[in-house]
Design a protein around this ligand. Structure first.
Ligand code: CMP
Length: 137
C-alpha cells in the first residue's frame, strides 16, 4: 500500500553533515520526498510531537538535544514506507542498530541522558498523519 510518513534528520545528523547521505539512502530505496524544510523546533512543537514521552525522565535532555540545532523535516511517500523507513533507520540505540542501517552505520553518540540517533520516523500510519499535520501545518 502506498503510504506517507514523517521523516526527520535530527540535530546531530545535520551538525555532522549527513543530510546528503541520508537523503541518498531514502532515494536509493525508491521513496519519494514530497516535502522538505529546515526547522528549529520549538518547545511547544516538541511537547506535541513527543507527547508520549512527556513524563519520562529523559524528556528534559531529549528537548535539549532536539533544540540544539536545526533539523530537516520531510514527508516521504512509498509502498509500506512507515515500516520500510523504520527498517532503514535501524534500532533506537545506535550501538545496537544493525550495520547497514542509518543508525548502525552513522550513529555513534550514546550518553546517559538522551539517545542521539540521527533520524526519526513515525511508528504507525496514524502517528504519521498526526506528525505531518504538526510539522507541515
Ligand atoms: P525516537 O524513537 O525517534 O523518539 C523518541 C526519542 O527519545 C528517541 O528517538 C531517542 O532520541 C530518545 N529516547 C528514547 N528512549 C530513550 C531512553 N531510554 N533514554 C534516553 N533517550 C531516549
Amino acid at each position: 500500500m502506498v503510504e506517507r510518513t514523517f521523516m526527520m534528520i535530527k540535530p546531530d545528523g545535520v551538525a555532522r553533515g549527513k543530510i546528503g547521505e541520508i537523503i541518498q539512502r531514502i532515494e536509493h530505496k525508491g521513496y519519494v520526498i514530497t516535502a522538505i524544510k529546515m526547522v528549529r523546533p520549538t518547545h511547544e512543537l516538541l511537547a506535541k510531537h513527543y507527547a508520549e514521552h512527556l513524563d519520562k525522565p529523559f524528556y528534559p535532555s531529549l528537548v535539549r538535544y532536539m533544540t540544539s540545532g536545526p533539523v530537516v523535516a520531510m514527508i516521504g511517500e512509498g509502498t509500506n514506507i512507515v515500516t520500510g523507513w523504520r527498517m532503514l533507520m535501524g534500532e533506537t540505540n545506535p550501538t545496537l542498530a544493525a550495520p547497514g542501517t542509518i543508525r548502525g552505520d552513522l550513529g555513534r553518540e550514546w550518553s546517559g541522558d538522551a539517545i542521539k540517533n540521527i533520524v526519526h520516523g513515525s511508528d504507525s500510519i496514524t502517528a504519521a498523519e498526526y506528525e505531518i499535520s504538526l510539522w507541515f501545518s
